[in-house]
Design a protein around this ligand. Structure first.
Ligand SMILES: [Zn+2]
Length: 64
């Protein structure tokens, strides 16, 4: 999937390969994007972009 030969992961937000970041379900978010998301005001148009990118994460399906 989003894992390269070097071990870097592709961030779902900026779509760049990064070494450090967090996993949110099956999506990887790099450190920089994580930080800027926290700092971005919800009224900022940039925040809508982050939300759109986060929608790519497939949430676990509840089976029971
Ligand atoms: Zn990123």
């Amino acid at each position: 999937m989003a894992i390269t030969a070097t071990g870097a992961k592709v961030c779902i937000v900026c779509e760049d390969a990064k070494e450090t970041g967090i996993y949110l379900y099956n999506g990887f978010i790099c450190e920089e994007c994580e930080r800027s998301m926290i700092e971005t005001d919800t009224s900022d148009p940039k925040y809508q972009f982050y939300l759109k990118q986060l929608r790519k994460i497939q949430l676990p399906v509840q089976t029971q």
